[in-house]
Design a protein around this ligand. Structure first.
Ligand code: GAL
Length: 734
């Protein structure tokens, strides 16, 4: 039977290319995921991660092989790597966004030490997608995802695909498509057994030729599953089930001594999802898609974010940004991120690596490999509803895209394809016309199904410390475009550019190597535009009341502080200045007629200079009851430094991390965007502070990360800034 071991520990690293058996004293011990270099959050160059580095690891087999084969899987290495085990060197693997597996059995030292070497080439090589031309994002380097060691019988399950059929009919069923590998020298007669709690086992038999794979299929009717227990995966109830598959030697299947080769459990959800001419349907119900694009990079650590941070991004998109879909621009993203999307009910449009440029035939072959690897890795994620099989924003290429589409459809007939283009009139070889629409509007669909996969972005870059009018306008552009798409039957949805600010090359962004296109900053902290997204959730999920104002009378053009925009899902707002009631306000349906929760446009405020300038208070009402309240100080002075950790505890595994947010706030806890304080951090305890220290607040806010070592215990962080009381926070390492 199989055994699986995490293989992230006890690696040794040197940031240069070295010979085998070179001086090991120059190496330092690291735990994966690992970035080939740590960075400040901005003002550094991509040249700093574009080099070849060396990783090595010495290990003994964790258990006896007992005839099984041993495989080593890398979930992601940026952007190419060469793996050597003892005396054997494997051919170079190119491409950093999909997993690769090596059968190391024949090169192992079964009793003694094994020496593993990995040379990682993190240069942006023109022979590897997405490179060949400049791309608008930094890619970073290192063994930045997990590594696992697996023992498998020579005859084993290589992959399982669960396909659900007819879920909305009276005859729903589940198809198990099982890829079986035979690494012996003889043909093997095998039986797969599909199991689930609710039905009797289903069997299917076949022969697997030596050193090859075959696909076996078993069908199970869901009719035996009690209706009350049959829950479809949905946005509000993302129910997941475990499906089990066993693989046995056919001759033994009915005997008491059944020879079982393998057993695999796949967790997935049952749902029917698809795009029709008039929009997107989930389980037969039309759902307007409302979302943002996500890049996988984080401040300081490049792409090497551990599981907790990957999962947290999904939570931010769903709960802090109220999105129902995310696009994994522009490459397959972390399995941990996708797993969390499944768990919380966040839809995903996943795409292959690429950005505007199509390379030569060799490059295209790698890109087709990416299509296959992405789909074979991710086909059991109920959250994924569309495969992106074009290079983002490339020109048409009839032959290439005919092949990427055909491959995707063959591998996964249950999902549609999209391919992101940026010009009308582009050849439509996919199932869904996915368009980056930078018209500052939503263009009438030329072809349907039509999904807007980007808008805004470079049309209006905005920083957290920009002036207020710009930050409000940035938010309202998102609001206007989303409002428009809600009115258009032929538009399935709109996915804005983008969720988070990201590191980029000098040809893009603000020159400091950040593209300030996010509705949140690079630390995942909100701009006003984030409040717009957040406010579109139902108040049953979360009551939102977010004034998009700094309430500073002299910082807007011509002294015109009004109207004040408030993003809220309340039915009514009562506004008071300095205790004087200004009026009751309703959502602005006139300007944003189609949004679920239009912003409030607050005008007719009594803010004449003669009038005492007081604190402004917003009270949110639903059904006449007060459900939320927010007050912004007129005083505008930083009163407190607030530290907040995303987690109370993290694991002592040498890689786990949590975010520590730092904000300078007014008396009521509102972030002060122009508080540029220098914050000095001091960490006590066994953990590492990852990030700039001292930290200069950007837009009154920012973050660093606390990374666990291998010791358990308490960690305390102290923050000090001039003229503010010191702040403290504690974290448990468990
Ligand atoms: C698009 C591109 C994105 C990003 C965006 C900026 O053209 O697909 O990756 O560069 O522009 O607005």
């Amino acid at each position: 039977m199989r055994s699986v071991y995490g293989f992230n520990d006890n690696w040794f690293y040197v940031p240069q290319e070295t010979e085998v058996n070179s001086d090991l004293s120059t190496f330092t011990e690291v735990t994966l995921p690992h970035t080939n270099r740590l960075f400040p959050y901005h003002n550094f160059d991509d040249a700093e991660y574009q080099f070849i580095s060396t990783y090595r690891k010495t290990f003994r087999l964790p258990e006896a092989r007992q005839g099984r084969r041993v495989y080593l899987t890398f979930d992601g290495v940026l952007s190419a790597c060469t793996v050597r085990i003892n005396q054997h060197t494997f051919p170079e693997q190119r491409g950093g966004f999909v997993p690769h597996t090596y059968d190391i059995t024949d090169y192992l030292n079964e009793e003694g030490d094994n020496h593993l070497w990995v040379w990682v080439d993190s240069r942006e090589r023109a022979d590897i997608p997405p490179f060949g031309y400049t791309v608008d994002f930094m890619v970073f380097g290192g063994i930045y995802r997990d590594v696992t060691l697996r023992y498998l019988e020579p005859i084993h399950i290589e992959n399982v695909q669960i396909r659900a059929h007819g879920l909305l009919t009276d005859a729903p069923s589940v198809e198990f498509v099982v890829t079986v590998r035979n690494e012996t020298d003889k043909p093997a007669s095998v039986t797969i057994v599909a199991k689930m709690a609710f039905w009797t086992d289903e069997y299917s038999e076949g022969i697997v030729e030596p050193h090859s794979t075959t696909r076996l299929t078993a069908w199970s009717s869901l009719r035996d599953m009690p209706k009350s227990a049959r829950q479809l995966w949905s946005l509000d109830n993302p129910k997941l089930y475990d499906f089990h598959v066993e693989l046995a030697d056919t001759a033994t299947v009915t005997s008491a001594q059944e020879r079982l080769y393998d057993r695999v459990t796949v967790r997935t959800g049952l749902r029917e999802a698809g795009f029709a001419q008039d929009g997107f349907y989930l389980n037969g119900e039309r759902v307007k898609l409302f979302g943002l694009n996500r890049h996988q990079m984080f401040p300081y650590i490049g792409a090497a974010a551990p599981r907790r941070l990957q999962r947290r991004d999904a939570d931010i998109l769903k709960y802090e940004l109220g999105c129902n879909i995310v696009r994994t621009s522009h490459y397959p993203q972390s399995p941990h991120f996708l797993e969390r999307c499944d768990e919380i009910g966040l839809l995903v449009f996943e795409e292959i690596p690429g950005w505007q440029h199509i390379g030569n035939e060799d490059w295209k072959t790698l890109s087709l490999r990416d299509v296959r690897a992405m789909i074979e890795r991710d086909w059991n994620h109920p959250s994924i509803v569309l495969w992106g099989v074009r290079i983002n924003e490339s020109w048409d290429d009839h032959d290439f895209y005919t092949r990427t589409n055909a491959l995707a459809r063959e591998l996964d007939p249950t999902r549609q394809t999209g391919g992101v283009r940026f010009f009308l009139g582009s050849e439509f070889l996919e199932d869904v016309y996915t368009l980056n629409d930078f018209s500052n509007d939503i263009l009438e669909p030329e072809k349907t199904p039509h999904l807007v996969t980007e808008f805004n972005g470079h049309m209006f870059p905005t920083k957290t410390w920009d002036n207020e009018e710009r930050r409000v306008e940035h938010a309202l552009r998102h609001a206007r475009i989303q409002s428009k798409q809600f009115s258009m039957g032929g538009v399935a949805g709109a996915i804005g550019w983008c969720a988070f600010d990201y590191n980029t090359h000098k040809e893009f962004g603000a020159g400091d190597r950040i593209c300030y296109h996010g509705v949140m900053d690079i630390f995942r902290l909100p701009k006003f535009a984030a409040y717009f997204y957040e406010s579109q959730q139902s108040p049953q999920q979360k009551v939102v009341l977010r004034p998009a104002t700094n309430w500073a009378l002299g910082d807007v053009k011509e002294g015109l502080i009004e109207p004040v925009t408030v993003f809220s899902n309340c039915e009514e707002l009562v506004v008071t200045i300095g205790g004087v009631v200004q009026g009751n306000y309703k959502p602005d349906y006139a300007r944003y007629p189609n949004l679920p929760y239009p912003p409030f446009t607050i005008d007719n405020l009594d803010v004449r200079l003669a009038h005492p300038y007081g604190d402004i208070q917003f009270v949110g009402l639903i059904g006449g009851e007060k459900v939320a309240e927010c007050t912004i100080a007129s005083e505008k002075l930083p009163r407190q430094l607030v530290l907040s950790l995303d987690d109370e505890a993290i694991y002592a595994d040498g890689a786990d991390m949590t975010r520590l947010v730092i904000r300078a706030v007014d008396t009521y806890g509102n972030t002060l965007p122009y508080a540029l304080s220098v914050v000095y951090l001091r960490l006590e305890g066994e953990a590492e502070l990852i990030g700039d220290n001292p930290f200069v607040l950007a837009g009154g806010q920012g973050a660093v990360y606390i990374k666990a070592k291998r010791e358990r215990g308490k960690v305390r962080v102290e923050a000090r800034a001039d003229r503010l009381p010191a702040a403290y926070v504690e974290l448990n390492i468990i």
